[in-house]
Write a protein that binds this ligand. Structure first.
Ligand code: ZN
Ligand code: ZN
Length: 164
């Protein structure tokens, strides 16, 4: 990440926000960038910890409020999983795999089957907007014996933890 020029990203974010009538405040811009860069579908707490490395005075409440706002404007997706809420930088439809051991959520390349919507619509007479299929099991890291370290956060293998 450090090797990449930050300005193009900023310009894209600014365009996205302005198009939705939102101001590009520093916390908002950073929150959006953190979620989009994370490969882990983070919780608000995780985003808060990352954001505070750059903006130490930002509260969890502010982070949470902005996450909800960004999600409401279609810039992020909220994932509700049991009692916890996670956030996804991707807003296109895609499937998730949740590891039952480490709790990480992975994006799958498996294409979303639009014909399923059409089939259900044809059989029921309902209008189907979309469907969700969730996959569960053990991720490759946990299968290899890594990632099970109790309450510890899974290691950010492959994640550019760049927000320093
Ligand atoms: Zn795992
Ligand atoms: Zn996702």
């Amino acid at each position: 990440m450090r090797t990449r020029d930050p300005w193009p990203v900023d310009l894209v974010l600014r365009r996205d926000l302005v198009r939705r009538g939102m101001r590009l405040t520093a916390p908002r811009r950073l929150i959006l960038a953190v979620v989009r860069d994370a490969d882990r579908h983070p919780t608000a707490e995780w985003v808060h910890a990352e954001v505070r490395r750059r903006l130490p005075r930002v509260s969890l409440a502010t982070v949470y409020r902005n996450l909800r706002l960004l999600a409401r404007h279609g810039l992020l997706t909220e994932i509700h999983q049991g009692p916890s809420v996670r956030f996804d930088g991707r807003v296109d439809r895609h499937h998730h795999f949740t590891c039952s051991a480490c709790g990480r959520i992975f994006d799958l390349a498996e294409p979303v089957n639009a014909r399923l919507d059409a089939r259900v619509a044809a059989r029921t007479g309902f209008r189907v907007s979309h469907h969700r299929i969730e996959f569960y099991g053990l991720c490759a890291g946990c299968l290899a014996g890594r990632g099970r370290g109790g309450r510890r956060r899974p290691r950010l293998a492959g994640t550019r933890s760049s927000h320093t």
